[in-house]
Design a protein around this ligand. Structure first.
Ligand code: DSN
Length: 414
Protein backbone atom coordinates (compact mmCIF):
# COMPACT_ATOMS: atom_id res chain seq x y z
CA UNK A 1 0.00 0.00 0.00
CA UNK A 2 1.07 3.62 -0.64
CA UNK A 3 3.83 2.40 -3.00
CA UNK A 4 4.46 5.80 -4.64
CA UNK A 5 4.58 7.54 -1.28
CA UNK A 6 7.01 4.94 0.08
CA UNK A 7 9.21 5.56 -2.94
CA UNK A 8 9.07 9.37 -2.68
CA UNK A 9 8.66 10.11 0.99
CA UNK A 10 9.20 7.20 3.38
CA UNK A 11 8.55 9.39 6.41
CA UNK A 12 5.01 10.28 5.31
CA UNK A 13 4.44 6.70 4.08
CA UNK A 14 5.26 5.45 7.57
CA UNK A 15 2.75 7.92 9.03
CA UNK A 16 0.03 6.76 6.61
CA UNK A 17 0.68 3.11 7.49
CA UNK A 18 0.72 3.88 11.22
CA UNK A 19 -2.59 5.78 11.00
CA UNK A 20 -4.24 2.93 9.07
CA UNK A 21 -3.01 0.61 11.81
CA UNK A 22 -4.39 2.91 14.51
CA UNK A 23 -7.78 3.10 12.83
CA UNK A 24 -7.86 -0.70 12.55
CA UNK A 25 -6.66 -1.42 16.10
CA UNK A 26 -8.70 1.05 18.12
CA UNK A 27 -12.45 1.23 18.59
CA UNK A 28 -13.38 4.57 17.03
CA UNK A 29 -16.13 6.25 19.03
CA UNK A 30 -15.62 9.92 18.18
CA UNK A 31 -19.18 10.84 17.23
CA UNK A 32 -18.13 13.04 14.30
CA UNK A 33 -15.85 10.47 12.65
CA UNK A 34 -16.51 7.62 10.28
CA UNK A 35 -14.75 5.33 7.80
CA UNK A 36 -15.42 6.42 4.25
CA UNK A 37 -15.62 3.88 1.44
CA UNK A 38 -12.76 2.76 -0.83
CA UNK A 39 -14.64 4.44 -3.73
CA UNK A 40 -14.61 7.79 -1.90
CA UNK A 41 -10.92 7.34 -0.96
CA UNK A 42 -10.01 6.63 -4.59
CA UNK A 43 -11.94 9.66 -5.82
CA UNK A 44 -10.34 11.97 -3.28
CA UNK A 45 -6.95 10.65 -4.38
CA UNK A 46 -7.71 11.19 -8.09
CA UNK A 47 -6.39 13.53 -10.82
CA UNK A 48 -9.30 15.89 -10.16
CA UNK A 49 -7.08 17.42 -7.49
CA UNK A 50 -5.11 19.01 -10.36
CA UNK A 51 -8.00 21.09 -11.67
CA UNK A 52 -8.84 24.74 -11.05
CA UNK A 53 -12.54 25.46 -11.51
CA UNK A 54 -13.41 28.77 -9.85
CA UNK A 55 -17.03 29.56 -10.59
CA UNK A 56 -19.91 27.14 -11.05
CA UNK A 57 -20.68 24.51 -13.71
CA UNK A 58 -20.84 26.07 -17.20
CA UNK A 59 -19.78 29.43 -15.71
CA UNK A 60 -16.12 28.94 -14.81
CA UNK A 61 -13.12 31.24 -14.84
CA UNK A 62 -10.95 28.45 -16.30
CA UNK A 63 -10.99 26.29 -19.42
CA UNK A 64 -10.94 22.51 -19.38
CA UNK A 65 -13.79 22.16 -16.90
CA UNK A 66 -15.98 19.86 -18.97
CA UNK A 67 -15.44 16.80 -16.79
CA UNK A 68 -15.38 18.49 -13.41
CA UNK A 69 -18.60 20.28 -14.41
CA UNK A 70 -20.23 16.89 -14.85
CA UNK A 71 -18.97 15.79 -11.44
CA UNK A 72 -20.29 18.91 -9.72
CA UNK A 73 -23.67 18.69 -11.46
CA UNK A 74 -23.98 15.06 -10.39
CA UNK A 75 -23.10 15.95 -6.79
CA UNK A 76 -25.68 18.75 -6.74
CA UNK A 77 -28.40 16.61 -8.32
CA UNK A 78 -27.78 13.72 -5.96
CA UNK A 79 -27.66 15.98 -2.87
CA UNK A 80 -31.05 17.43 -3.85
CA UNK A 81 -32.53 13.97 -4.45
CA UNK A 82 -31.12 12.58 -1.21
CA UNK A 83 -32.43 15.38 1.00
CA UNK A 84 -35.46 16.38 -1.09
CA UNK A 85 -34.02 19.88 -1.34
CA UNK A 86 -34.70 22.38 -4.09
CA UNK A 87 -31.09 23.43 -4.60
CA UNK A 88 -27.59 22.54 -3.36
CA UNK A 89 -24.16 24.14 -3.27
CA UNK A 90 -21.55 21.39 -2.93
CA UNK A 91 -18.46 23.62 -2.90
CA UNK A 92 -17.95 24.41 0.82
CA UNK A 93 -14.58 23.07 1.90
CA UNK A 94 -15.98 22.37 5.37
CA UNK A 95 -18.95 22.77 7.66
CA UNK A 96 -17.38 26.01 8.91
CA UNK A 97 -17.24 27.63 5.47
CA UNK A 98 -20.76 26.36 4.78
CA UNK A 99 -21.92 28.18 7.92
CA UNK A 100 -19.89 31.29 7.08
CA UNK A 101 -21.52 31.37 3.66
CA UNK A 102 -25.00 30.92 5.05
CA UNK A 103 -24.65 33.60 7.73
CA UNK A 104 -23.05 36.14 5.39
CA UNK A 105 -25.75 35.52 2.78
CA UNK A 106 -28.39 36.81 5.20
CA UNK A 107 -26.69 39.00 7.80
CA UNK A 108 -24.33 41.97 7.87
CA UNK A 109 -21.34 42.11 10.23
CA UNK A 110 -22.60 43.27 13.62
CA UNK A 111 -26.05 41.71 13.17
CA UNK A 112 -27.33 39.43 15.91
CA UNK A 113 -27.28 35.65 15.56
CA UNK A 114 -28.66 33.16 18.08
CA UNK A 115 -27.59 29.51 18.41
CA UNK A 116 -27.12 26.78 21.01
CA UNK A 117 -24.24 27.50 23.40
CA UNK A 118 -21.13 25.41 22.69
CA UNK A 119 -20.94 24.36 26.33
CA UNK A 120 -24.50 23.03 26.08
CA UNK A 121 -23.79 20.97 22.96
CA UNK A 122 -23.73 23.64 20.22
CA UNK A 123 -20.91 24.30 17.79
CA UNK A 124 -17.96 26.67 17.61
CA UNK A 125 -19.36 28.27 14.44
CA UNK A 126 -22.72 28.99 16.07
CA UNK A 127 -21.47 32.23 17.63
CA UNK A 128 -18.61 31.30 19.96
CA UNK A 129 -16.61 34.43 20.82
CA UNK A 130 -13.27 33.04 19.56
CA UNK A 131 -14.73 31.95 16.21
CA UNK A 132 -15.51 34.08 13.12
CA UNK A 133 -19.19 33.70 14.00
CA UNK A 134 -18.75 35.42 17.36
CA UNK A 135 -16.12 37.88 16.09
CA UNK A 136 -18.12 39.05 13.10
CA UNK A 137 -21.62 38.90 14.52
CA UNK A 138 -23.22 39.81 17.81
CA UNK A 139 -23.92 36.33 19.13
CA UNK A 140 -26.40 35.31 21.81
CA UNK A 141 -27.05 31.77 22.90
CA UNK A 142 -29.85 29.60 24.13
CA UNK A 143 -29.16 26.69 26.47
CA UNK A 144 -30.67 23.39 27.52
CA UNK A 145 -32.82 23.31 30.65
CA UNK A 146 -31.39 22.40 34.05
CA UNK A 147 -32.64 18.93 35.05
CA UNK A 148 -33.99 17.69 31.73
CA UNK A 149 -30.94 18.91 29.76
CA UNK A 150 -33.14 19.32 26.70
CA UNK A 151 -34.08 22.49 24.81
CA UNK A 152 -37.27 24.23 25.90
CA UNK A 153 -38.73 25.88 22.79
CA UNK A 154 -41.01 28.18 24.77
CA UNK A 155 -37.94 29.61 26.46
CA UNK A 156 -36.20 29.87 23.08
CA UNK A 157 -39.20 31.82 21.78
CA UNK A 158 -39.12 34.23 24.74
CA UNK A 159 -35.39 34.78 24.29
CA UNK A 160 -35.74 35.30 20.53
CA UNK A 161 -38.54 37.82 21.10
CA UNK A 162 -36.29 39.73 23.47
CA UNK A 163 -33.10 39.48 21.39
CA UNK A 164 -34.64 39.84 17.91
CA UNK A 165 -31.84 37.92 16.13
CA UNK A 166 -31.34 38.28 12.39
CA UNK A 167 -30.49 34.56 12.22
CA UNK A 168 -31.78 31.71 14.37
CA UNK A 169 -29.38 28.76 14.23
CA UNK A 170 -30.28 25.16 15.03
CA UNK A 171 -28.01 22.14 15.19
CA UNK A 172 -25.31 20.87 17.50
CA UNK A 173 -22.20 18.82 17.96
CA UNK A 174 -23.14 17.22 21.28
CA UNK A 175 -26.92 17.25 21.66
CA UNK A 176 -28.42 13.77 21.81
CA UNK A 177 -32.05 14.74 21.30
CA UNK A 178 -34.33 15.38 18.31
CA UNK A 179 -34.91 19.02 17.36
CA UNK A 180 -38.35 20.56 17.03
CA UNK A 181 -37.88 22.14 13.62
CA UNK A 182 -41.50 23.31 13.37
CA UNK A 183 -41.15 25.22 16.64
CA UNK A 184 -37.95 26.88 15.44
CA UNK A 185 -39.59 27.79 12.12
CA UNK A 186 -42.45 29.47 13.95
CA UNK A 187 -40.04 31.28 16.31
CA UNK A 188 -38.01 32.54 13.34
CA UNK A 189 -41.20 33.70 11.60
CA UNK A 190 -42.46 35.42 14.73
CA UNK A 191 -39.30 37.50 15.14
CA UNK A 192 -38.53 37.92 11.44
CA UNK A 193 -35.32 35.85 11.58
CA UNK A 194 -33.77 33.61 8.97
CA UNK A 195 -33.75 29.98 10.17
CA UNK A 196 -30.49 28.16 9.43
CA UNK A 197 -30.10 24.56 10.54
CA UNK A 198 -26.67 22.92 10.72
CA UNK A 199 -27.36 19.18 10.45
CA UNK A 200 -23.69 18.12 10.18
CA UNK A 201 -23.93 15.52 12.94
CA UNK A 202 -27.24 13.94 12.01
CA UNK A 203 -27.12 14.26 8.19
CA UNK A 204 -26.63 10.52 7.66
CA UNK A 205 -29.58 9.71 9.89
CA UNK A 206 -31.67 12.23 7.95
CA UNK A 207 -30.47 10.77 4.63
CA UNK A 208 -31.31 7.29 5.89
CA UNK A 209 -34.81 8.47 6.89
CA UNK A 210 -34.40 7.40 10.51
CA UNK A 211 -34.44 10.97 11.83
CA UNK A 212 -36.72 13.89 10.89
CA UNK A 213 -35.34 16.27 8.26
CA UNK A 214 -34.85 20.01 8.79
CA UNK A 215 -35.04 20.63 5.03
CA UNK A 216 -38.79 21.35 4.81
CA UNK A 217 -38.57 23.80 7.73
CA UNK A 218 -35.32 25.79 7.52
CA UNK A 219 -34.46 28.53 5.04
CA UNK A 220 -31.00 27.05 4.66
CA UNK A 221 -29.55 23.73 5.83
CA UNK A 222 -25.78 23.29 6.15
CA UNK A 223 -23.86 20.09 6.72
CA UNK A 224 -20.54 18.34 6.57
CA UNK A 225 -20.25 15.23 4.42
CA UNK A 226 -17.84 13.13 6.48
CA UNK A 227 -19.72 12.39 9.70
CA UNK A 228 -22.82 10.13 9.68
CA UNK A 229 -22.98 10.67 5.88
CA UNK A 230 -19.70 8.71 5.60
CA UNK A 231 -18.35 10.74 2.67
CA UNK A 232 -15.20 12.80 2.08
CA UNK A 233 -14.22 15.62 4.47
CA UNK A 234 -16.18 18.65 3.27
CA UNK A 235 -19.36 20.71 3.43
CA UNK A 236 -22.64 21.19 1.60
CA UNK A 237 -25.47 23.74 1.67
CA UNK A 238 -29.11 22.99 0.83
CA UNK A 239 -31.56 25.79 0.14
CA UNK A 240 -34.63 26.91 -1.73
CA UNK A 241 -34.50 28.03 -5.33
CA UNK A 242 -34.94 31.66 -4.27
CA UNK A 243 -32.00 31.56 -1.82
CA UNK A 244 -29.52 29.86 -4.16
CA UNK A 245 -28.25 33.03 -5.78
CA UNK A 246 -27.25 34.60 -2.45
CA UNK A 247 -25.69 31.34 -1.22
CA UNK A 248 -23.69 30.80 -4.41
CA UNK A 249 -22.40 34.36 -4.45
CA UNK A 250 -21.31 34.25 -0.83
CA UNK A 251 -19.59 30.87 -1.10
CA UNK A 252 -17.67 31.84 -4.25
CA UNK A 253 -16.29 34.48 -4.52
CA UNK A 254 -17.42 35.47 -1.00
CA UNK A 255 -15.73 32.85 1.16
CA UNK A 256 -13.70 30.57 -1.04
CA UNK A 257 -11.57 30.50 -4.17
CA UNK A 258 -11.05 27.37 -6.23
CA UNK A 259 -13.33 24.49 -5.30
CA UNK A 260 -11.80 21.12 -4.38
CA UNK A 261 -13.04 19.20 -7.42
CA UNK A 262 -11.64 15.85 -6.24
CA UNK A 263 -13.62 16.26 -3.01
CA UNK A 264 -16.75 17.43 -4.87
CA UNK A 265 -16.60 14.31 -7.06
CA UNK A 266 -16.19 12.22 -3.90
CA UNK A 267 -19.27 13.96 -2.43
CA UNK A 268 -21.15 12.78 -5.55
CA UNK A 269 -19.98 9.22 -4.80
CA UNK A 270 -21.06 9.60 -1.18
CA UNK A 271 -24.54 10.87 -2.11
CA UNK A 272 -24.91 8.01 -4.59
CA UNK A 273 -24.05 5.54 -1.84
CA UNK A 274 -26.48 7.22 0.55
CA UNK A 275 -29.27 6.84 -2.01
CA UNK A 276 -28.91 3.03 -1.96
CA UNK A 277 -31.24 0.94 0.24
CA UNK A 278 -28.23 -0.38 2.22
CA UNK A 279 -27.61 3.11 3.55
CA UNK A 280 -31.01 3.18 5.25
CA UNK A 281 -30.04 -0.03 6.97
CA UNK A 282 -26.73 1.56 8.04
CA UNK A 283 -28.52 4.61 9.45
CA UNK A 284 -30.98 2.42 11.37
CA UNK A 285 -28.16 0.30 12.79
CA UNK A 286 -26.25 3.44 13.84
CA UNK A 287 -29.33 4.59 15.76
CA UNK A 288 -30.04 1.13 17.25
CA UNK A 289 -26.42 0.89 18.36
CA UNK A 290 -26.52 4.29 20.08
CA UNK A 291 -29.64 3.27 21.92
CA UNK A 292 -28.14 -0.09 22.94
CA UNK A 293 -25.00 1.71 24.12
CA UNK A 294 -27.03 4.25 26.11
CA UNK A 295 -29.13 1.51 27.77
CA UNK A 296 -26.05 -0.55 28.65
CA UNK A 297 -24.17 2.47 30.06
CA UNK A 298 -27.17 3.42 32.20
CA UNK A 299 -27.38 -0.16 33.45
CA UNK A 300 -23.71 0.04 34.46
CA UNK A 301 -24.44 3.18 36.48
CA UNK A 302 -23.10 5.84 34.10
CA UNK A 303 -24.95 9.14 33.98
CA UNK A 304 -25.98 10.39 30.53
CA UNK A 305 -26.83 13.96 29.60
CA UNK A 306 -30.60 14.19 29.02
CA UNK A 307 -30.85 10.57 30.20
CA UNK A 308 -30.29 8.93 26.82
CA UNK A 309 -30.27 9.54 23.10
CA UNK A 310 -32.45 9.92 20.00
CA UNK A 311 -29.51 9.96 17.58
CA UNK A 312 -26.01 8.57 17.03
CA UNK A 313 -24.31 9.91 20.17
CA UNK A 314 -24.36 9.80 23.93
CA UNK A 315 -22.84 12.31 26.30
CA UNK A 316 -21.52 10.65 29.47
CA UNK A 317 -21.09 12.66 32.64
CA UNK A 318 -18.02 11.01 34.19
CA UNK A 319 -17.98 12.99 37.44
CA UNK A 320 -20.34 10.65 39.34
CA UNK A 321 -17.81 7.87 38.60
CA UNK A 322 -14.97 9.99 39.99
CA UNK A 323 -13.27 11.06 36.75
CA UNK A 324 -13.09 14.22 34.67
CA UNK A 325 -13.76 13.99 30.96
CA UNK A 326 -10.03 14.36 30.27
CA UNK A 327 -9.20 11.46 32.59
CA UNK A 328 -11.92 9.31 31.03
CA UNK A 329 -10.73 10.07 27.49
CA UNK A 330 -7.18 9.07 28.48
CA UNK A 331 -8.34 5.95 30.30
CA UNK A 332 -10.43 4.81 27.33
CA UNK A 333 -7.61 5.48 24.89
CA UNK A 334 -5.38 3.36 27.13
CA UNK A 335 -7.74 0.40 26.70
CA UNK A 336 -8.20 0.97 22.96
CA UNK A 337 -11.35 3.10 22.73
CA UNK A 338 -11.03 6.52 21.04
CA UNK A 339 -13.46 9.27 22.05
CA UNK A 340 -13.29 12.93 23.01
CA UNK A 341 -13.69 14.78 26.26
CA UNK A 342 -16.70 17.07 26.11
CA UNK A 343 -18.39 19.56 28.36
CA UNK A 344 -21.74 18.47 29.76
CA UNK A 345 -24.52 21.03 30.30
CA UNK A 346 -23.74 23.33 33.26
CA UNK A 347 -20.18 21.94 33.42
CA UNK A 348 -17.97 23.44 36.09
CA UNK A 349 -14.76 22.18 34.49
CA UNK A 350 -12.88 24.04 31.77
CA UNK A 351 -13.17 22.92 28.11
CA UNK A 352 -9.67 21.41 28.44
CA UNK A 353 -10.74 19.22 31.34
CA UNK A 354 -14.54 18.84 31.12
CA UNK A 355 -16.81 16.52 33.08
CA UNK A 356 -17.86 14.33 30.20
CA UNK A 357 -17.00 12.29 27.15
CA UNK A 358 -18.94 12.12 23.91
CA UNK A 359 -19.35 8.67 22.35
CA UNK A 360 -20.78 7.96 18.91
CA UNK A 361 -21.68 4.82 17.00
CA UNK A 362 -21.29 5.82 13.28
CA UNK A 363 -17.76 4.43 12.77
CA UNK A 364 -18.20 1.16 14.66
CA UNK A 365 -21.49 0.60 12.82
CA UNK A 366 -19.60 1.00 9.53
CA UNK A 367 -17.28 -1.77 10.76
CA UNK A 368 -20.35 -3.97 11.17
CA UNK A 369 -20.72 -3.92 14.96
CA UNK A 370 -24.17 -4.24 16.49
CA UNK A 371 -25.97 -3.98 19.84
CA UNK A 372 -24.08 -6.97 21.33
CA UNK A 373 -20.77 -5.20 20.71
CA UNK A 374 -22.16 -1.96 22.19
CA UNK A 375 -23.05 -3.85 25.36
CA UNK A 376 -19.54 -5.34 25.46
CA UNK A 377 -18.04 -1.87 25.06
CA UNK A 378 -20.18 -0.49 27.91
CA UNK A 379 -18.97 -3.38 30.04
CA UNK A 380 -15.33 -2.70 29.09
CA UNK A 381 -15.81 0.99 29.97
CA UNK A 382 -17.30 0.07 33.32
CA UNK A 383 -14.44 -2.31 34.15
CA UNK A 384 -11.88 0.25 32.97
CA UNK A 385 -13.29 2.76 35.47
CA UNK A 386 -13.43 0.32 38.37
CA UNK A 387 -9.94 -1.08 37.73
CA UNK A 388 -8.26 2.14 36.61
CA UNK A 389 -5.40 1.73 39.10
CA UNK A 390 -4.74 -1.87 38.04
CA UNK A 391 -2.39 -1.90 35.03
CA UNK A 392 -2.74 -5.66 34.45
CA UNK A 393 -6.53 -5.41 34.33
CA UNK A 394 -6.29 -2.49 31.89
CA UNK A 395 -3.91 -4.50 29.67
CA UNK A 396 -6.48 -7.33 29.61
CA UNK A 397 -9.17 -4.84 28.59
CA UNK A 398 -6.89 -3.57 25.83
CA UNK A 399 -6.65 -7.20 24.64
CA UNK A 400 -10.45 -7.39 24.57
CA UNK A 401 -10.86 -4.25 22.46
CA UNK A 402 -8.17 -5.43 20.04
CA UNK A 403 -9.92 -8.81 19.70
CA UNK A 404 -13.22 -7.02 19.06
CA UNK A 405 -11.54 -4.93 16.35
CA UNK A 406 -10.09 -8.05 14.70
CA UNK A 407 -13.59 -9.58 14.50
CA UNK A 408 -14.69 -6.60 12.36
CA UNK A 409 -11.86 -5.98 9.88
CA UNK A 410 -11.42 -2.46 8.59
CA UNK A 411 -10.32 -1.77 5.00
CA UNK A 412 -9.27 -5.37 4.27
CA UNK A 413 -8.66 -4.26 0.66
CA UNK A 414 -5.97 -1.75 1.68
N1 DSN B 1 -15.44 19.03 15.31
C1 DSN B 1 -16.71 18.44 14.99
C2 DSN B 1 -17.19 17.54 16.05
O1 DSN B 1 -16.38 16.79 16.56
O2 DSN B 1 -18.37 17.51 16.36
C3 DSN B 1 -17.72 19.45 14.66
O3 DSN B 1 -17.21 20.31 13.71
Amino acid sequence: MYDAVHETDPEIAAILEAELGRQRDQLEMIASENFTSPAVLETVGSVLTNKYAEGYPKKRYYGGCVHVDEAELLAKRRACELFEAERANVQPHSGSTANMTAYCAFAEPGDKIMGLSLSHGGHLTHGHPVNFSGLLFQAVHYEVEPGSEVIDYDRMREQAKKEQPRILIGGASAYPRTWDYAAMRSIADEVGAVFIFDMAHIAGLVAGKVHPSPVPHADVVTSTTHKTLRGPRGGVILCTKENLKAINKLNFPGMQGGPLMHVIAAKAVCFHQCLQPEFRDYAQRTLDNAQALAAALLEKGFELASGGTDNHLVLVNCKPRGLTGKEMEELLEHVGITCNKNTVPFDEESPFVTSGVRLGTPALTTRGMGPDEMRRIADIMDRAVTSREDEDALARLRGETEALGRDFPLYPEL
